[in-house]
Design a protein around this ligand. Structure first.
Ligand code: SF4
Length: 456
């Protein structure tokens, strides 16, 4: 069956284009989709307008992402009119929301396939249904299986994402993820270790372990490793130079996990630890199940173990009922901790979540004004933290060319600082020494002073 589709794709030199929205999980899902499509003969198209297959890999965390997506899908009507054989598909978290898949295909008659995050491996079958049988369909039913061995096309820049756990059981009241990505399912540690070893043998230096809540890793498995044990085994058994993970829930950051910091040579001096609010009453309404005191304590322990650790976070402002006093506690926490960086958002109501039904939703002006005030504090701490790098020599894993300046390439330090410098495209994928000579809020700039390092 797949051979028929494959022959059609190869004979007609068919091309694909994917537009990805949202988080690293989605980025990695798109890598899998690319891998599958290329394994059946598709080539990557340089732009949407040339493509025979266009896929939108969607996100539903925030309202505006959805609105933007609908606009972009709508704009494809002309593409389909000009190129009637083109296939249009929508996948990702948004399609898993109640009634969304049917709604999408009703609203956009030219959308051929809609599929959920657990159905990526079925893409060749779906394409068969469209190409050979002319069938439009949605494939979004709940499926808790984990599919190993899915072809994946990664960038060859020395870094790779590896999923370790899917789904989430936490039900933070503002979050749609548990409803669209389902309950937690961990991959077996043997499969993860095998994948990391393969990636290292292919030249990958940095691995980021992915999950909505990586700290829960293994709790649904029998006779397998916990998350800290998994980190230790990866550090011990593989050649990975830099090990990272995201995202981590403060309530599950155990002593065993803290002990990995400063102890495992590969574990990077960076943690992304979403705090969401500095107010205990808001944290309770968010169902986060930790206090500001607990969170501050964690950051102190991390800094005691690794003094130069970089701590980044996510913060939501304007949660339903957030008072000025509650918001001021978030400001105070941000000042006290001094984050290296933060993703700050205004609260966005997601239908179906507990917070959407709460009373006292704040008006947009109040939310935007608080966000602006918080961003001043965050920017100030980012500048302060970055200024510590001025004049330092840092090791940068170069991930790509920078478009704005000719000859500029860039990458990240172990502490996740972005560093740009004049270099060669042959530096991509290597770890090089860079002396920092200019510091900005988001980026450090410097000059390359050394060849690839043997350490990380
Ligand atoms: S931990 Fe909370 S915020 Fe993170 S994915 Fe799960 S429910 Fe959403």
């Amino acid at each position: 069956m797949i051979e028929t589709v494959k022959a059609k794709i190869v004979q007609n030199n068919l091309t694909y284009f994917i537009e990805t929205y949202g988080c690293q999980m989605n980025t990695h899902d798109s890598e899998k989709i690319c891998g599958i499509l290329e394994s059946i003969g598709y080539c990557h198209a340089q732009s949407k307008k040339d493509a025979d297959l266009i896929l939108f890999n969607t996100c539903c965390i925030r309202e505006h992402a959805e609105e933007r997506l609908y606009g972009n899908i709508g704009a494809l009507k002309r593409h389909k009119d000009k190129k009637p054989n083109a296939i249009i598909g929508v996948c990702g978290c948004m399609t898993q929301q109640k009634d969304t898949a049917e709604g999408l295909q009703k609203r956009f008659k030219f959308v051929d396939i809609v599929f959920g995050t657990n159905k990526i491996h079925m893409l060749p079958d779906m394409l068969h249904d469209v190409m050979i049988d002319g069938k439009r369909a949605a494939y979004t039913d709940e499926d808790a299986s984990i599919n190993e061995g899915v072809a994946t096309k990664r960038k060859s820049n020395g870094s790779a994402y590896v999923n370790i756990i899917y789904g989430c059981n936490n039900y933070c009241t503002y979050c749609i993820v548990p409803y669209v990505r389902g309950a937690e399912r961990s991959r077996k540690s043997a499969d993860i270790l095998r994948e990391v070893k393969t990636l290292c043998s292919e030249g990958v230096k940095e691995i980021t372990l992915l999950g909505q809540n990586v700290n829960s890793y293994g709790t649904d498995l029998q006779n397998d490793l916990s998350f800290p044990q998994l980190l230790r085994e990866i550090d011990k058994q593989t050649d990975v130079k830099r090990l990272r993970f995201m995202t981590s829930h403060p309530k599950d950051l155990t002593d065993e996990l803290l002990a990995c910091y400063g102890d495992l040579p590969s574990l990077c001096e960076h943690i992304h630890l979403p705090v969401q609010s500095g107010s205990n009453s808001v944290l309770t309404r968010m169902n986060r199940r930790y206090t500001r005191e607990h969170y501050i304590g964690l950051t102190e322990q991390l800094r005691a173990r690794v003094p130069n650790i970089s701590i980044t976070t996510d913060i939501i402002v304007g949660f339903p009922g957030e008072t000025e006093e509650e918001f001021s506690q978030t400001m105070d926490l941000a000042e006290q901790i001094g984050f290296d960086s933060a993703y700050t958002f205004v609260y966005s109501s997601r239908p179906g979540t507990a917070a959407a039904d709460m009373s006292d939703h704040l008006d947009q002006d109040t939310k935007s004004e608080r966000l602006a005030r918080l961003n001043v504090v965050i920017k100030s701490s980012m500048r302060d933290k970055n200024s510590l790098y001025d004049g330092q020599i840092v090791k940068v894993l170069v991930d790509g060319a920078r478009k704005r300046t000719d000859g500029e390439v860039g990458g990240r330090t172990r502490t996740a600082k972005t560093v740009n410098f004049l270099g060669e495209t042959s530096d991509i994928g290597k770890i090089v020494n860079v002396r920092i000579n200019k510091v900005k809020v988001h980026t450090l700039y410097g000059e390359k002073i050394g060849e690839e390092m043997t350490d990380a």
